[in-house]
Design a protein around this ligand. Structure first.
Ligand code: CUA
Length: 339
C-alpha cells in the first residue's frame, strides 16, 4: 500500500473554489491575471469553435444538392469577409500574446527584496531551507504523520531557488499558480506573494518514480509578524521532553520521509525493510558481506553508495548536511528497535 502521508482532507483548502469563475483557490499575486487569461482563452476559442462548426453544418444543410441541375455558386472570393476573418483572430492573438508575455516577465522577475528559500527535490521528498536555518522544515499533519513544510509570510515576495538531487521533479502550488521543473545539476526559480492565510498543498508534477504521487508538501501562509516564530517552530526537530530516543527516531523516520522507501517490517519496498535489519549480515554487490551495525547504517544514510547491497540499484540520496547527529542517533535507535 502506498502511504499518502498527507490525507487529502488535511491539505488545507478545498480542491475547488466557491466562485464559478475560479477553478482553484486563488492565493497569490499571480493567480488573478493567469486565471483571467485562461478564462479569456477558453471563452474565445469556445465561441469560435461553436461559430465555425455551426456555420459549417448550416451551409452543409442549406447548400446540399437538391436536384441534378444544381450548380456551384459562381462566387470566387469575398474581400471584406476574408479580411475580417484574418484581422479579428490576429487582434485576439496579439491580446493573448501581450497578456501572456507580461505575465511571463512578471513570473520570471522576482523583486530584489524577496525572501530567499532553498528547495531541494529528491525521491520522494521536498526539503525547504531558510536563510540562517539550514534545517528541513516539517509539520505534523495527522496521526503523527509528518510532511515537509514551506512557511511564507502573507504579502511579501518569496523567491524559491530549487534544485534536485536525483531526477527531474516539478514543484507545483496550484493555489498560487506557480509550477516549475526542479532539475538536477542546475537551479530554477519561482517567486510569489501569498495573498491568503492558510495551508495549501504542494505537488510534484513530473513523474519521478514509484512514490511520485506521495511527493507532497504543505505551504503555510502566516502573518508577517508571526513568520520568524513559525519558521523556528517548523525547523525544530529535537527530542521532546519525556520522549524516548526510539520515539524521537520514529519522528525522524517520518520527517525525512524514510517511509517512502523503507518499510518498518522486513519486507522490501524501494530499499530494504528496517525490521530486523540491525545485526543482520548483508551481502554486497562486490561479493563481500557486512554486518548491519551502527556504523553501517550511519554510512548508508550519509554515503549511501559506499556499499551497494546485492540485488539493489543504487538510488538512495545522501542525507549528509540534512540530518544532524542527534537525529541520526535517534533514527539508528529506532531502526534497532524494529524486529
Ligand atoms: Cu518528484 Cu514526481
Amino acid at each position: 500500500m502506498i502511504a499518502y502521508f498527507i490525507p487529502p482532507e488535511k491539505l488545507g483548502t478545498p480542491p475547488m473554489s466557491d466562485s464559478p469563475w475560479e477553478l482553484l483557490p486563488t492565493a497569490s499575486n499571480h493567480a488573478q491575471s493567469l486565471d483571467g487569461l485562461y478564462i479569456l482563452l477558453t471563452a474565445v476559442t469556445g465561441i469560435s469553435f461553436v461559430l465555425v462548426i455551426g456555420t459549417m453544418f448550416y451551409f452543409m444543410w442549406k447548400y446540399k444538392m437538391k436536384s441534378e441541375d444544381d450548380k456551384t455558386s459562381p462566387l470566387t472570393h469575398n474581400g471584406k469577409l476574408e479580411f475580417a476573418w484574418s484581422a479579428i483572430p490576429a487582434i485576439f492573438l496579439m491580446v493573448f500574446f501581450v497578456w501572456g508575455e507580461l505575465d511571463f516577465v512578471k513570473l520570471s522577475s522576482p523583486p530584489a527584496d524577496s525572501i530567499d528559500i532553498h528547495v531541494t527535490g529528491q525521491k520522494w521528498y521536498w526539503t525547504f531551507e531558510y536563510p540562517g536555518r539550514p534545517v528541513a522544515a516539517t509539520t505534523e499533519v495527522e496521526d503523527g504523520e509528518i510532511a515537509p513544510l514551506l512557511v511564507v509570510p502573507k504579502g511579501q515576495a518569496v523567491r524559491l531557488t530549487m534544485t534536485s538531487k536525483d531526477v527531474i521533479h516539478s514543484f507545483y502550488i496550484p493555489a498560487f499558480r506557480v509550477k516549475k521543473d526542479v532539475v538536477p545539476g542546475r537551479y530554477t526559480y519561482v517567486w510569489f506573494e501569498a495573498t491568503e492565510l492558510g495551508d495549501f498543498p504542494v505537488f510534484c508534477t513530473e513523474y519521478c518514480g514509484d512514490e511520485h504521487s506521495s511527493m507532497l508538501a504543505v505551504v503555510r501562509v502566516v502573518e508577517p509578524e508571526d513568520y520568524k516564530a513559525e519558521v523556528a517552530a517548523a525547523t525544530t526537530l529535537e527530542q521532546g521532553e519525556g520522549e524516548s530516543l526510539e520515539q524521537f527516531g520514529e519522528k525522524v523516520y517520518k520527517a525525512f520521509a524514510c517511509n517512502s522507501c523503507h518499510n518498518t517490517d522486513a519486507t522490501r519496498k524501494v530499499g530494504p525493510g528496517f525490521g530486523g535489519l540491525y545485526g543482520k549480515s548483508e551481502n554486497l554487490a562486490d561479493g563481500s558481506s557486512v554486518e548491519a551495525d551502527e556504523n553501517y547504517i550511519r554510512e548508508s544514510i550519509m554515503e549511501p553508495n559506499a556499499k551497494i547491497v546485492a540485488g539493489y540499484t543504487p538510488q538512495m540520496p545522501s542525507f549528509a548536511g540534512q540530518i544532524n547527529d542527534e537525529q541520526l542517533n535517534a533514527l539508528i535507535a529506532y531502526i534497532k528497535s524494529l524486529k
